[in-house]
Ligand binder design. Structure first.
Ligand SMILES: NC(=O)c1ccc[n+]([C@@H]2O[C@H](COP(=O)([O-])OP(=O)(O)OC[C@H]3O[C@@H](n4cnc5c(N)ncnc54)[C@H](O)[C@@H]3O)[C@@H](O)[C@H]2O)c1
Length: 249
């Protein structure tokens, strides 16, 4: 995988969990990683982790739910770094759980703004940069909730279904421009995000999962790296599950 050497890879929500693991995995492959997050402290921790292991990373504060900020920060990154070759749109929240009849519209809007509109805004600016170079690889982090229903989690579920729709549309629009766009659909992965999931649901999931466990962040990061690299050169618009086979049960 020499194609990452000295290339620019941007990761959103890279201050923790899957985003941090992906930033680390990309730096190990030789990319200069643009670590972005709305949390400056954790974002800078990721940068320190990468730079102290001999990799190259730099932090830009970016709240993906703020469309104006996304435009301006991504333009600044492009100006400063000269290109955005790889992008991983990972930032996301679990949101509040409630039945549809009880869900506050502000909770709905917040989840959709971060998880879906955030991915749209980031992709829009990234693709404008990639079109100028005639090269781009994007992976959007969706979820098994982008494929299956989630009782009590309608906003999260709808946002992730939306991410898959965006991914498929972008793959059609930009495939001829040497820009590939794919998505990953992780099952439960050991991060802070699942701390809010009721214990009973996690236990049930582990019980029915063919592999009898939750996943870890490296397993997701390695799949994302594969989707970004040349080994997956004809994969475009796909929604790759990383769930130990749970989706087949
Ligand atoms: N952990 C799981 O089980 C799981 C399963 C499927 C999909 N996912 C998806 O993976 C992605 C990463 O989740 P994670 O599990 O690593 O969670 P996490 O909470 O560990 O990390 C999320 C990161 O996103 C950042 N973030 C949140 N809102 C942001 C915003 N508005 N702008 C910029 N950064 C923001 C946070 O600061 C944090 O660093 C999310 O999109 C999530 O929906 C997670």
């Amino acid at each position: 995988m020499t194609e990452f050497k000295n290339k620019i890879a941007l990761v959103t929500g890279a201050g923790a969990g899957i985003g941090r693991a992906t930033a680390v995995a990309l730096s190990v492959k030789g990319a200069k990683v643009i670590v972005t997050d709305f949390n400056e402290t954790s974002g800078n921790e990721t940068v320190t982790k990468i730079n102290s292991s001999g990799g190259k990373a730099i932090f830009y504060k970016l709240d993906v739910s703020n469309n104006e900020e996304v435009k301006s920060v991504i333009n600044t990154i492009y100006k400063n770094e000269g290109s955005i070759d790889f992008a991983v749109n990972n930032a996301g929240v679990g949101g509040n759980f409630a039945g549809i009849h009880d869900l506050d519209v502000n909770d709905w809007n917040n989840t959709i703004n971060i998880n879906l509109t955030g991915v749209f805004s980031c992709m829009q600016s990234q693709i404008q940069c990639m079109l100028k170079k005639g090269f781009g690889r994007i992976v959007n982090v969706a979820s098994m909730a982008g494929i299956k229903g989630v009782g009590g989690g309608s906003a999260y579920c709808a946002s992730k279904h939306g991410v898959l729709g965006l991914t498929k549309s972008a793959a059609i629009e930009f495939g001829a421009h040497n820009i590939r766009v794919n998505a990953v659909c992780p099952g439960f992965i050991e991060t802070d995000l699942i701390k809010g999931v009721p214990k009973k649901i996690l236990e049930f999931n582990t019980h029915v999962n063919p592999m009898k466990r939750v996943g870890n962040t490296k397993e997701v990061a390695d799949t994302i790296v594969w989707l970004l690299c040349d080994e997956s050169s004809f994969v475009n618009g796909s929604s790759m599950t990383i769930d130990g086979g749970y989706g087949n049960v």
